[in-house]
Design a protein around this ligand. Structure first.
Ligand SMILES: Nc1ncnc2c1ncn2[C@@H]1O[C@H](COP(=O)(O)OP(=O)(O)OP(=O)(O)O)[C@@H](O)[C@H]1O
Ligand SMILES: N[C@@H](CCO)C(=O)O
Length: 319
């Protein structure tokens, strides 16, 4: 689960009156997710998703909520924040920052086929282009600076071999981040956590990307790498499935062609994307926060993925 902060119908009734949504009929805690407290809320006007932010602050949130609003207005399929009667999209509820967004239709796809990967690649490229004129800047808060702060906290828990791999990869990524090539890559607002469980489908049609609360400005290629390491892998072994890889990358490339600089950087970025989730999963596993029920994701999965990305050549970005 994660309902870290419970919200009752009594809490919600006065709060919802600041929106033009009629009265609340129902609220249900959502059991999946490990970062925020999420609820389905039904009002006289329809169904919405309420999020209470457990870690992000009032200062950080406008970047994410305005980004969702910006993308939704440009036709990218994402939840649109619902403004209250005064136009505000960021609120406070039960002592936490909170927002209400449109509910996406359908379900996430636990076993994606090439057709789903192509839908995600296509929409991701459109999202990157739509974000080009987004006026706000915020770094990826789970980027290399966070890796540098977090790795020392988890190292002591690891067996020697894993600890050495983690330290070696950090050195490699720090060297890569200091290259001219890295700083020449296209960048802008990215989702940065576009896993299978953050995309809704109705049948084979994508109905929306959601959970933008790790978004930040980073290389577009990092977004592609994060998604590829989840959408196109065999979950047992961490091996890339070349058919899904091609479906994803070809669909992305058809909308926003990859560059030669991106080809040169691809292997390092694909490794960095695996490293990012190995570190965050280690952190959540060894240093968990309280929750009513919380099953941490397996860090070993991304350790295996990183090992493979180091050992194997990266797939061609385009043919
Ligand atoms: N806009 C939305 N429309 C429909 N369902 C949603 C929407 N937002 C969230 N959900 C539902 O809530 C669940 C949890 O949301 P979300 O993944 O954003 O939580 P989280 O705590 O930020 O989790 P994590 O970072 O672990 O993915 C989703 O799996 C989905 O079922
Ligand atoms: N997508 C992340 C969870 C945080 O959103 C993971 O699978 O580790």
């Amino acid at each position: 689960m994660a309902v870290f902060t419970p919200v009752s119908l009594q809490d919600l009734t006065p709060w919802i009156s600041s929106f033009s949504l009629g009265s609340v009929k129902d609220i249900k805690g959502i059991s999946s997710g490990i970062e925020n407290s999420n609820f389905f809320v039904t009002t006289e006007k329809g169904e919405y998703v309420l999020t209470l932010f457990e870690k992000l602050t009032f200062d950080e949130l406008p970047f994410y909520l305005n980004l969702m609003q910006h993308l939704a207005r440009k036709g990218i399929k994402v939840p649109a924040p619902i403004p209250d009667k005064t136009g505000n999209i960021l609120h406070s509820l039960c002592g936490k920052p909170a927002c209400l967004v449109t509910k996406l239709e359908g379900d996430w796809q636990p076993q994606p086929e090439p057709v789903h990967c192509a839908e995600v690649g296509d929409m991701m490229a459109k999202m990157h282009l739509a974000g080009k004129d987004y006026p706000f800047e915020q770094p990826n808060l789970r980027g290399i600076e966070w890796w540098k702060q977090t790795v020392p906290l988890v190292l002591a828990y690891l067996p020697v071999e894993a600890s050495l791999m983690l330290q070696n990869e950090m050195r490699f990524q720090e060297e890569f981040a200091a290259t001219r090539l890295y700083w020449k890559l296209f960048r802008g607002p990215i989702h940065a956590d576009l896993f299978r469980n953050n995309v809704m489908f109705t049948g084979n049609r994508l109905s929306g990307f959601f959970d933008f609360y790790f978004a930040g400005c980073d290389t577009w290629l990092f977004d592609v790498a994060v998604a590829l390491n989840d959408w196109c892998v065999d979950l047992e072994s961490g091996e890339l499935d070349q058919i899904r890889v091609r479906a994803f990358l070809d669909a992305y490339h058809a909308v926003r062609p990859f560059t030669l600089d991106e080809c040169a950087a691809w292997n390092a970025i694909l490794r960095g994307a695996a490293l990012r989730f190995w570190i965050s999963r280690l952190y959540d596993y060894y240093l968990p926060r309280d929750a009513e029920m919380l099953i941490p994701h397996d860090p070993g999965h991304f350790e295996r993925i990183l090992r493979l990305r180091i050992a194997q050549p990266a797939p061609e970005l385009f043919l």
